[in-house]
Design a protein around this ligand. Structure first.
Ligand code: SF4
Ligand code: SF4
Length: 372
């Protein structure tokens, strides 16, 4: 451990950057380009701190902590520089965006540093795109922190965004020739939306249904990986899903299914009760009636055609224990080894990715073997 002094108080801190030590000590320093999932770039210059003995302030996000450092985070000079930086970022910023989503990181900082946004701000020549099924793009709200570019590259590996035009005119745009986000290489993981501190990239559900008033942590229901997610609801309806940052399985990331495929929960035609189809027509029945019907049908098929005429499908949405019971039921009750799982379907995208990267559609252990 390193021994350092933070705002006059002695602290023991682990190796890392100054920012990591400050956050571990509970000292809030403003940042806009920083995201713990990404390599620091020191772009927004809000995390300036004064280190005793150095002539000029340094960036906390990319300066390594050293034993004995004496660090001040909120001197009058640094606070004035932060305010000036925020004023520059707010120069052409649309005031309506601040009013619509006051809790965005950038909007909170504008309030904290008493920076006002002119009502006629905004860049009318900026890029706006509604083509994507889940994401609204409005680059009039972009402060070029580059978090979207970096997370799409470093975490998702799609490289959808890039910085174009250079100098004072630098702006985030779609890479290459893609005219719309829908036509780009985007796979709808939502990571750029999650990290964007302004709302330039925003979930369409938040725009149409409003911001969540309650969040609950849960596990993604879509496959067996076990990614953790925060589900945001408003008036009892799911309006947003976010990845859990400290979840050991997914570490702040989700795929399109976990992130956006929650429409089924409130779908008006969702099956909520057992149903039987008679002469091509579905009718709602009780659980007892459905189970009796299924048991009778299975008994008849087993008697007429033997145990290998039936099979059982488990589910990657079920727990290990439930899948164990499924195979037990198949083997012990029905007498068949015909047991399979829906993973054959939902593993298809990952199998395709493994084929591309490892030349084998196999689990990671066999994938390693295939790579030799
Ligand atoms: S949603 Fe994911 S894949 Fe699409 S642009 Fe954003 S980070 Fe890239
Ligand atoms: S779109 Fe958002 S995340 Fe991307 S550079 Fe602009 S403000 Fe930053």
């Amino acid at each position: 451990m390193l021994r350092v002094t933070l705002n006059g108080q002695p602290h023991a801190a682990a190796n890392g950057t100054i920012l990591t030590a400050l956050r571990a000590a509970g000292i809030a320093v403003p940042t806009l380009c920083h995201d713990a999932r990404l390599k620091p770039i020191g772009g927004c210059r809000l995390c300036l701190v004064q280190v005793q003995g150095l002539a000029n302030p340094v960036l906390a996000c990319n300066t390594p902590l050293a034993d004995g450092m004496v660090i001040a985070t909120h001197t009058a000079e640094i606070e004035a520089q932060r305010r000036a930086t925020l004023q520059l970022l707010a120069k052409n910023y649309p005031a309506s965006a601040v009013a619509q989503f006051p809790d965005k990181e950038f909007h909170r900082l504008l309030r904290a540093y008493d920076v006002t946004v002119a009502p006629d701000g905004g860049n009318p020549a900026s890029f706006r795109d509604d083509s994507h099924p889940y994401i609204r793009v409005d680059m009039a709200q972009c402060i070029t922190c580059q978090r979207c570019i970096r997370i799409c590259d470093e975490v998702q590996g799609q490289n959808v965004w890039e910085l174009k035009f250079g100098g004072d005119g630098a702006a985030v745009r779609l890479r290459g020739d893609a005219a719309t986000l829908r036509a780009s290489a985007c796979v709808s993981c939502g990571a750029c939306v999650d990290t964007c501190p302004t709302g330039a990239l925003e979930d369409k559900t938040l725009l149409t249904l409003g911001v969540p008033t309650e969040w609950r942590r849960t596990t993604c229901p879509h496959c067996g990986t076990g990614c953790e997610m925060d589900v945001g609801t408003r008036s009892g309806r799911i309006v947003a899903v976010r990845p859990v940052m400290d979840a050991p399985v997914n570490r702040g990331h989700l795929c399109v299914k976990g992130r956006y495929a929650f429409g089924f929960v409130h779908a008006p035609d969702r099956a909520r009760e057992p149903m039987l189809r008679e002469n091509g027509v579905w009718k709602t029945v009780s659980w007892a009636e459905a189970i009796s019907f299924t048991a009778a049908a299975l008994q008849r098929i087993l008697a007429e055609h033997g145990p290998d005429s039936v099979g059982v499908l488990g589910s990657s949405r079920a727990t290990n224990e439930e899948n164990y019971l499924v195979q037990k039921f198949a083997r012990v009750v029905l007498g068949t080894n015909n047991v399979d799982s829906c993973a054959r379907v939902c593993h298809t995208p990952s199998a395709a990715a493994m084929k591309m990267t490892c030349s084998a559609r196999a689990s990671s252990r066999r994938c390693d073997a295939a790579r030799g």
